[in-house]
Design a protein around this ligand. Structure first.
Ligand code: UDP
Length: 241
């Protein structure tokens, strides 16, 4: 367990030296898994996340089929070795909730009506967790969907914002997440400006909420740029073929 620091902001700086509106370093690898239809590996600070997409493919069990559109399934899973105190393997309330809200965010962009009677299955494995895993997972899943060639309205790009020592900060570190006053993960569809996902843990005033949302949207746009660059690095040349 991390020791509770006396303060999370010292001399106008965060404990890891970042500015209030600065993301942790993000690395995106497109298509590392060859047996999946699409995949993506993301390192976001010390978080390490792998996403794999299968489909569109036939639905099993068949009674889940929808005649007008594809169903989308999303499984967020934290590996037992991903956290400091070993996590009990298998689903728990937290992972079931994260899977549900993340699926809903991605369903809002996937053009499901193109694939009646099919399923699009998204698996996200958290290999190392250090706060902000649900947003890193969404970012990886969104790129993996694009890698699988699934038609979408746009990419979903996510990051968190929060309040620590009465100050709004972007992309909470583990200490800020554990000992801060509020944590708000947000996802947007960058090319339409829609909000695809928003959760809040803790308390903010209305004014703080408005400012926090602005900061989060800025952070999401930075993530979008990195997702786009990673996809273009793999697929950009295809335009000329
Ligand atoms: N965490 C943990 N064990 C758990 C769940 C979470 O150690 O069973 C840690 C992990 O580092 C995670 C952080 O707590 O990233 C914050 O968890 P939260 O539920 O806020 O979700 P996240 O910020 O990862 O989306």
């Amino acid at each position: 367990m991390l020791q509770k620091p006396e303060r999370l902001i010292v001399d106008g700086k965060r404990l890891d030296g970042r500015a209030f509106d600065e993301l942790r370093p993000v690395k995106i690898v497109v298509g590392p898994l060859h047996r999946a239809d699409g995949s993506c590996y993301i390192e976001h600070g010390k978080n390490k996340v792998m996403a794999a997409v299968y489909g569109p493919r036939e639905v099993h069990p068949k009674h889940l089929q929808e005649v007008t559109h594809a169903i989308v399934r999303y499984r967020y899973n934290m590996a037992p070795f991903s956290v400091e105190d070993r996590k009990r393997p298998g689903p728990d309330r937290r992972s079931i909730e994260i899977s549900k809200v993340s699926r809903e965010a991605l369903e809002s962009v996937i053009l499901k009506e193109y694939f009646p009677r099919s399923t699009i299955d998204i698996f996200v494995e958290i290999l190392q967790a250090d706060a902000g895993t649900r947003v890193a997972a969404l970012n990886a899943a969104s790129v993996a969907l694009a890698d699988a060639g699934i038609p979408m309205k746009g990419l979903v790009s996510a990051c968190s914002v929060g309040k620590v020592d009465d100050t709004l900060v972007l992309d909470l570190s583990k200490e800020e997440d554990n000992y801060g006053q509020a944590d708000m993960p947000v996802a947007i569809v960058a090319n339409t400006g829609e909000i695809a996902f928003l959760q809040m843990d803790g308390h903010m005033t209305q004014e703080e909420f408005r400012k926090a949302l602005e900061m989060a949207i800025d952070g999401c746009k930075q993530i979008y740029k990195l997702q786009r660059e990673a996809l273009l690095a793999k697929y950009g040349g295809l335009e000329n073929e």
